[in-house]
Structure formats: C-alpha cells, structure tokens
Design a protein around this ligand. Structure first.
Ligand SMILES: [Zn+2]
Length: 177
C-alpha cells in the first residue's frame, strides 16, 4: 500500500492506516495515534485561509485570502499555503535554510517572520517543478483523495461523546466541529 494525501496536499499517510480493505476511511479509534492527530488537525484546516495571505490581508480583509491547499510541517505548527504562496515557502525552506526547522514547533513562526519581513521567492521560482525534482525531500501529495474522507472524519467527531474524544486524546481546542 502506498502513501496518500487527504483533503489537502502535503501531509501524507500510509494508506492502510487510514483506509480499510474496502477503501472506506477507518474509524478514528482504529488509527495510530499520530495519524489520528494529523487527520483531526487536517479536518480543522480545511477551508482555512493560506497563512501568507492572512499575513498580507488579515481578518479585516479576509475575503482577499485564498483557502490553503497544501500543508507542511507538524500539526499545530504547520504552514498552510495557497498555490500562489507555495513557491515562497519552498524557496525559504530549500534555499534559505528553512529546512533546519523541519519537524520543529517553530517552523511556522520562522516562515511567518521571513514573509512579514518581505521575503518572497524570486519571480519564476518553480514551486511544483522544484518539488518534482526532489520527490523525497518534502511530502508532495499527488492527487489528494476527495474531501469526502474529511467529511467522514468530521461526522465521526460530531458523533463522539466528549468522553470518547478525551479517551482518544483528540485535541479539539480549535476545531470548529
Ligand atoms: Zn496565499
């Protein structure tokens, strides 16, 4: 079984951790803890604005922000980006040493700081082309599975009693379920 992205490009999961033999999404309680943590976080990121857009326009001009389509980094310290800003992130990550923060809790803060200081990828810096030349360096989702899977995760969360969520250690602090 391979790796799959769900809902957003970027994070990838072992297919067998997320889907059963029939291709149906598993119950959250069946998933390994790390996978569950990421999936639950993913469901709360769907429809959220790109971080870079948000830094540019903020809440006051939220309609100017594109929804994020790709996510990098660790849950709760992740960077969520739209297609327009993915190249900026990749440029920072690969060419300016951002990579040293991979897997850390400050990846997003460090990127935001650079971006707020006016950091941008040079014109024509190829985001996707660049990734394809280094397919293993960063998780790069092919075709994210339909967002139906995420709808199903949200349905499961909705139906869970608080005690069940606690037992699973699902962090719902900023989930809008
Ligand atoms: Zn953006």
């Amino acid at each position: 079984m391979g790796k799959v992205s769900i809902g957003l490009r970027g994070w990838r999961f072992d297919e067998e951790d997320v889907f059963d033999e029939d291709g149906e999404i598993r119950g959250l309680e069946e998933m390994p803890a790390d996978t569950r943590h990421r999936i639950v976080r993913l469901s709360s990121l769907m429809g959220e604005p790109c971080n870079a857009c948000w830094l540019l326009y903020g809440e006051d001009d939220i309609e100017q922000c594109n929804p994020g389509t790709i996510v990098y980094g660790e849950p709760l310290a992740e960077v969520l980006l739209c297609g327009d800003h993915e190249a900026d992130f990749l440029y920072w990550f690969r060419e300016l040493g951002g990579e040293e923060f991979a897997g850390s809790g400050v990846l997003a803060d460090e990127f935001h700081e650079w971006f707020l200081d006016g950091g941008r990828a040079p014109d024509g810096y190829g985001g996707l082309d660049h990734v394809q030349r280094h397919p293993d360096a960063l998780p790069n989702g092919a075709d994210p599975t339909e967002s139906e899977s995420i709808d199903e995760v949200e349905r499961q969360l909705d139906e869970m009693a608080d005690a069940e969520r606690e037992a699973l250690d699902v962090d719902l602090d900023d989930l809008d379920v």
